[in-house]
Design a protein around this ligand. Sequence first.
Ligand SMILES: [Zn+2]
Ligand SMILES: [Zn+2]
Length: 330
Amino acid sequence: MTLITVRPEGLYCEAGDFFIDPWRPVDNALITHAHSDHARPGCRHYIATAISAGILTDRLGSAISLQGVTYGEKLKLGSTWVSFHPAGHVLGSAQIRVEARDQVWVVSGDYKRCPDPTCDPFEVVPCDTFITEATFGLPIYRWQSGTDSCRQIYDWWQSEPEHPSLLFCYAFGKAQRILSELRPWSDRPIYLHGAIHVLTEIYRQVGVPMAPTKPVAAMPRDYKFAGDLILAPPSAHRSSWMKRFPQPQTAFASGWMAVRGARRRRGYERGFVLSDHADWQGLVTTVQATGASTVYVTHGQTDVLSRYLTEVQGLNAMPLQTLFEGEGDS
Ligand SMILES: [Zn+2]
Ligand SMILES: [Zn+2]
């Protein structure tokens, strides 16, 4: 590796003296998106997309030094040109393009290729070297559209008119995508756990259209949520917070619901497959579309995808060891 190397703090570009999604505090951090395995606290200065500023400051504190950029805007950092391009993962998510002399590198961050009404669609950025994620990098992962998955969620909700329907999903990105997909089908308020309510308000402030919502905490103590849909983060599952809801039906929306047995192991009655990451075909076609001759694979199924890219696609591909955990946001 030359333009970007792995240091103990994270992916480092010496020519520009910055890190991308560092996992330890550094002076200059470029952030692909605000999920906690990519945006860590304690850096002296952050650069991220301006549209993600609300989420980043909610998570890292309003006192951080944050420079917001628009998609495609070119920044001169050291001897490099840097720009952020839509990754289609969550609000404000970006791939980061780094150009120096005759080389172009792109760090994908997390990305998906399925349409998502809450964020700009993924943009193919031609490059020489592509650092791709591989969270769902196995051929068994093949997504239907988010609209189809959310239609199933709607039908499940409608099937229970007398008791609450509790849907668990990640608080940042997944919850708002579901709210946006449900908007055409329901004008009834959907109730939100506090952690989801805060982030949903930030999405509303930047104009993302979603179904009407109310915080659970705003309802009177004796309200029974009969026939209501409630969104909550997985951490609330089986917590005392659930006592609020009499005889609920429960479900979990995640890419991991495609894994046989995962729903039962986690104790949910239903599972809906809905991921904010690229599926196998999405990963492979994206790598091809960039035209990159060298590919580093990080974040998930690195061995399987890099072997496929090398043996079947004839690329120079290899796993890259990083500390991204990457399961918390899938
Ligand atoms: Zn993410
Ligand atoms: Zn991630």
